[in-house]
Write a protein that binds this ligand. Structure first.
Ligand code: GLV
Length: 328
């Protein structure tokens, strides 16, 4: 039995595996496996029965072949599974698990932090305040736009999108959402959201929050044409995956002031961030920390271990993802 943990989890997973009857030597932790050369990574995981992986490692056919036929489960230390070839796993009988519950609320918080920060131009405000050049109160200084009573569009209203929408009650916002299927709990009071097509929602929104999963159908969903539909006073927030947005088109829209601002936690080519985005004054960037709280990451570690233990002991894991699972 060989369980490979390919990252530095928050909270040590080894005692959790030991409590379940595994020996310490059954669990191998390689904290920075992401930075290994592919050949070394593939060598490392040879003969594994279970793998706990960060979202930065690509789990494709070559990885699975390198692991070999003993592999039973890949647990992603994330909710998004776009780094995993689900079909290739299914074809080899490898279960794929993720950990949605601890990711939902902290990611919705970060979405709102970015939303408020961009609508109220906090990055520019902090620069002025810290510069030493501030000349005092000015009624025209850094006018943002009102979110209260405005319209929020949640693109891809799954669990995280619903948590973003729920927070909008406090701002008395009208909520629009896109999703593959209607979401009765979002449409019910008190959120009272309305399902719309993306192209119908974008022109109405004061704030657009992306919480949609990345797959072939959502890559560059927000492209030049979509950005052109947004109001000049609106802001875009992305807490899903970078490639959902065409970053060059976004940089163009921002530098030509076709939208007010953007709050980003994720990027097309992480950890690289498009230079022109960084140069736009009202772009607030974070280093993919949507779910990064001590409490939630501890929960994610526990959940990941539970997922692995369930598969290895022939039980149904709490959170399994299959190729037919719909995007959120
Ligand atoms: C983080 O991005 C996650 O998918 O959990």
């Amino acid at each position: 039995m060989s369980i490979h943990v390919l990252l530095n989890c928050v909270g040590d997973p080894i005692p959790m595996f030991r409590e379940a009857g595994f020996a310490t030597e059954d669990v191998v932790v390689t904290p920075k496996a992401t930075h290994l050369e592919i050949a070394d990574l593939h060598q490392l995981i040879r003969g594994s029965t279970a793998i706990l992986t960060p979202l930065t490692i690509k789990i494709d056919g070559a990885f699975l072949d390198a692991a070999g036929p003993m592999l039973k489960v890949v647990a992603n230390y994330a909710v998004g599974v776009d780094n995993i070839d689900l079909e290739a796993c299914a074809a080899r009988g490898v279960a794929v698990c993720n950990g949605p519950p601890p990711m939902v609320e902290p990611t919705a918080d970060i979405a709102w932090a970015l939303l408020l920060a961009t609508a109220r131009r906090l990055r520019e405000g902090i620069r002025v305040a810290e510069s030493g050049d501030w000349t005092g109160y000015d009624s025209q200084l850094l006018l943002g736009h009102r979110l209260h009573g405005g319209t929020l569009l949640v693109v891809g209203a799954g669990r995280i999108g619903a948590a973003v929408a729920r927070r909008a009650i406090g701002w008395n916002m009208r909520v629009l959402y896109t999703a593959r299927t209607p979401k009765p709990t979002l449409e019910a009071s008190p959120i009272s959201a309305t399902k719309v097509a993306l192209e119908d929602g974008l022109p109405l929104a004061d704030a657009v929050v992306l919480t949609i999963s990345l797959d072939h159908s959502t890559r560059h969903l927000i492209d030049a044409a979509a950005l052109a539909l947004m109001k000049p006073s609106s802001v875009l927030v992305n807490v899903s995956r970078g490639p959902v947005v065409d970053e060059v088109a976004l940089a163009n829209a921002l530098s030509e002031k076709r939208i007010l601002g953007a709050g980003l936690d994720v990027y097309e080519h992480e950890p690289k961030i498009e230079r022109r985005l960084l140069d736009c004054p009202n772009v607030l960037v974070l280093p993919h920390i949507g779910s990064a709280t001590v409490e939630d990451r501890l929960d994610l570690t526990r959940l990941s271990v539970e997922n692995i233990l369930a598969v290895l002991t022939g039980r149904k894991p709490p959170h399994e993802v299959t190729p037919s699972d719909s995007r959120s």
